[in-house]
Design a protein around this ligand. Sequence first.
Ligand SMILES: Nc1ncnc2c1ncn2[C@@H]1O[C@H](COP(=O)(O)OP(=O)(O)O)[C@@H](O)[C@H]1O
Ligand SMILES: CC(=O)OP(=O)(O)O
Ligand SMILES: [Mg+2]
Length: 369
Amino acid sequence: MRVLTLNPGSASLKVALVDGEDVLAADGGDAAIRDAIRRWGRPDAVAVRFVHGGPRRQPVVLDDQELARLARLVPLAPLHQPQSLRLATWARKLLPDVPVVAAFDTAFHAGLPEAAARYALPTAWTRRHGIRRYGFHGLSCAYALRRTARLLDRVPDALRMVCCHLGSGVSVTAIRHGASVDTSMGFTPVEGAVMASRAGSVDPGLLLHLLRTGVTDVDELTDVLYHRSGLAGMTATSGDIREVLAACGAGDADAETAVEVYLHRLRREIGAAVAGLDLLDAVVFTGGVAEHQPVLLGRLLDGLAVLGLHADRPRLAAAGDRLISPAGRVPVLLVAAREELELARHAELLLATEPARQHRGEQPCASER
Ligand SMILES: Nc1ncnc2c1ncn2[C@@H]1O[C@H](COP(=O)(O)OP(=O)(O)O)[C@@H](O)[C@H]1O
Ligand SMILES: CC(=O)OP(=O)(O)O
Ligand SMILES: [Mg+2]
């Protein structure tokens, strides 16, 4: 099956055509999608990454009703959800006979144990408002788990590992029995580690103080936490790690502090994730920053010896999916993020089992719901 995959990240749009083992990839905006269809031909299915699926555990063929449900989650993922909705709507119009499937970042974390999923807020609120820690980057984690197992010649379900996704968004996930058991992002993808433009966790008491004293209001605070914080907020850059590191190289003290904060907070999240496991079989790094910044990764690992994690410099400097730790130590791996393979896999599995008419987005009758 030929699946056109659309992966809107917070700072990129990744377009790929997955046909079994063959993958044609393109980066860019909507023009890249039109171009891709012209060059690669009509796909059998389109698969769109939605970071927020709410309680949904499985991918779904999109119809009007499902799109309306996903639109209600926009405030919970304002950097991503509008893009996914727009792309999915566009794909349905452009390719009316082709099923458009949504696959969710949150699904991998849907079985989080209660202790990890719960905020210590009043139980009545938790129940009434469906408050929980959802977790994100699940498509990336699922792929990294399978890839790590293959590289280590292990069964995915048997691995107890930590997956660190370092892209524009950053998250750290503890995985056991093939599923997430703890993760640094929460109700929204703003919790946890420091990111390109997102703050990560900030004392809620501080945010209340800023609101109460009139320093800011809800709208500005939303913009600050999502767009104007993280590496971008601490430096005079866009938050792209290449710009931040270039500023460090030019002697910019703010940029150097920002990198220190980024690494410090990341190490805290990794420590927390390890604490959620009974044994550590592997740590895997993935995402644009991990893939392209081995020197930074080495610096990160140098501060994690207390967890038994070490970098092997020659392995770090090599290319491809690989082990980057010395022999005899906890295996640390570097794996390219391949969310497109996970998206295509989900679409194929779903379309192999769904009734044919639902592929075109038609409503199932009540008894099928
Ligand atoms: N040589 C490089 N090529 C591309 N991206 C790079 C490179 N070096 C670092 N990066 C970083 O990868 C990050 C983007 O990661 P990516 O996983 O593509 O994020 P997203 O999917 O959230 O847009 C950017 O911050 C960028 O700085
Ligand atoms: C969930 C998330 O932050 O995704 P990305 O890193 O692609 O922006
Ligand atoms: Mg991404």
